[in-house]
Design a protein around this ligand. Structure first.
Ligand code: FES
Length: 169
């Protein structure tokens, strides 16, 4: 009788232990999957974090002026004042990467023609960075645009760059 009881308890304990180990295994397996999934998501969110890079004041940047700055990755950004909207000055500016989206050559601003031109394969972009002819237009690839912020109180102008930029405010 005593032996049967021990055997029965032993079987029950073994069964329970098996269930617990299986449960722990499942939780660990799904947990690892979830961890890797969040690791995949979190870097994307970090890449999206930006900081402000001071460009100048509204008074320093009259209509038609451009400023070229560089983010921490060495990417050149050209900031151009293309309009004068006293009520909403942020609309006055375009901040565009100077890297051609075709094969990466440096594009140049042609003030007289109000456009950007890539000398490598004659890629042409309008003042908003939209590809209008050449290989970038065929591939429907525009210049990368950065957001601009104008502080209403100080009238300072900022371009928004990746957070790790040492030049950011
Ligand atoms: S690299 Fe600019 S058009 Fe080809």
């Amino acid at each position: 009788m005593v032996t049967d009881s021990v055997a029965s308890n032993g079987t029950t304990r073994r069964g329970l232990l098996s269930w617990i180990l299986m449960g722990v295994g499942l939780i660990a397996g799904y947990g690892a999957g979830a961890f890797h999934f969040f690791q995949y998501l979190v870097p994307l969110r970090r890449q999206g974090r930006r900081r402000e890079m001071f460009i100048g004041t509204l008074d320093d940047l009259p209509l038609g002026t451009t400023r070229t700055v560089r983010d921490s990755r060495g990417q050149e950004i050209i900031v151009a004042r293309i309009a004068e909207n006293p009520d909403d000055p942020v609309k006055d500016f375009r901040a565009l990467s100077t890297k051609c989206p075709h094969l990466g050559c440096k594009v140049h601003w042609e003030a007289g023609a109000d456009r950007f031109r890539c000398p490598c394969h004659e890629g042409i972009f309008d003042k908003n960075g939209v590809a209008v002819s050449g290989p970038p237009a065929q591939e429907k690839k525009n210049l990368i645009e950065y957001d601009v912020r104008v502080d209403a109180r100080t009238r300072w102008v900022f371009v928004m760059v990746a957070e790790d930029s040492p030049y950011g405010a």
